[in-house]
Design a protein around this ligand. Structure first.
Ligand code: BG6
Length: 303
């Protein structure tokens, strides 16, 4: 294990342990009175989360996820920043998910939960990007709190002398029993951009169900989302702050079969619901301004 990342940090009376998920890829493991979770320093990325009373993980991590530099980890909650999707010649979804982050602090919260803050300076970003955007100067911090619910806050601070435009997303992969039987509530009458059809529409149904590949960016929405999963006997509630977009993605069979980091049947057991600020909800941060994108994830088992 690479101890240099961890040497200043205590185990918080056994709530934290430090490990590697693959050689050179350090992780923090949380086990407190509420839940277990794993956080990767590569990508500043939550990898899994399971409240003790749940039989199944709440967050999905691909069993074929690759742990390689310059590759994103498939699953967990990758951070899309400072853009979403493709951008010029640069990697899709930006650099935050392929950069090693540092631990800023760890602490036990008053209610016995665990808080971990990781930080990343944009000077860690790829030289290629900094060469063509020399004035870009933002710092990032992510706070992950595992307590009676899971909370993730992505904080962007614009340190530069000018306004910058950024997009951000907490690209959460949820573990589900079967994509054909779950439904999503909370997006009725919301406008969306369908990335597959390249067109905008308004979502008319009260319940979203899945019968085919889905890649939609819902815009101008701050709604809470309920992911109902009768097969796992639970509802996952995703609430958010300072997020005006919600992205829903499942690659379905054909696209996932072309992805080297997903096994053949894996698309059946995952659904991405991403709290974001993208497309026309992109953020303009003034010099010195800080933005906090927050998502909270709570799970309720049916009685
Ligand atoms: C989603 C996008 O957020 O992420 C999809 O809307 C994209 O278009 C998906 O395919 C996965 O992206 P990546 O880069 O992790 O394969």
């Amino acid at each position: 294990m690479n101890k240099e990342h961890f040497h200043k940090h205590t185990t918080l009376n056994g709530q934290l342990s430090f490990d590697e998920i693959s050689p050179g890829f350090p992780v923090i493991k949380i086990n407190n009175e509420y839940a277990c979770a794993t956080i990767s320093l590569y990508g500043g990325q939550l990898l899994d989360y399971k409240p003790h009373e749940q039989l199944e993980q709440v967050i999905w991590l691909s069993d074929q996820a690759l742990f390689e530099e310059n590759k994103a980890i498939r699953g967990g909650v990758p951070i899309c920043w400072p853009w979403f999707g493709d951008y010029e010649k640069f990697p899709a979804h930006g650099y935050a998910r392929t950069t090693f982050w540092e631990i800023e602090s760890t602490k036990q919260t008053i209610d016995g939960g665990t808080e971990v803050i990781l930080k990343m300076s944009c000077h860690e970003l790829c030289q290629n990007f900094l060469d063509s955007h020399p004035l870009f100067d933002c710092d990032l911090a992510i706070t992950i709190t595992v307590a009676s619910k899971l909370t993730i806050e992505l904080k962007t601070t614009n340190n530069s002398q000018h306004t910058v435009g950024i997009s951000d997303a907490l690209h959460s992969y949820f573990k589900i029993s079967d994509i054909h039987t779950v439904d999503v509530i909370g997006l009725a009458q919301v406008n969306f951009f369908d990335k597959l059809k390249n067109q905008e529409a308004c979502y008319e149904e009260s319940k979203m169900r899945f019968m085919t590949e889905t890649d939609r960016v819902f815009i101008d929405t701050t709604n809470e989302i309920n992911l109902n999963d009768p097969g796992f006997n639970r509802t996952i509630t995703i609430s958010k702050k300072n997020s005006n977009s919600t992205v829903i993605w499942n690659p379905w069979q054909e696209k996932s079969s072309q992805m080297s980091d997903m096994s053949n049947q894996a698309w059946l057991q995952m659904l991405c619901i991403e709290s974001a600020n993208v497309l026309k909800n992109q953020l303009l941060l003034e010099s010195g301004e800080t933005h906090r994108l927050t998502t909270s994830i709570a799970v309720k088992t049916y009685i």
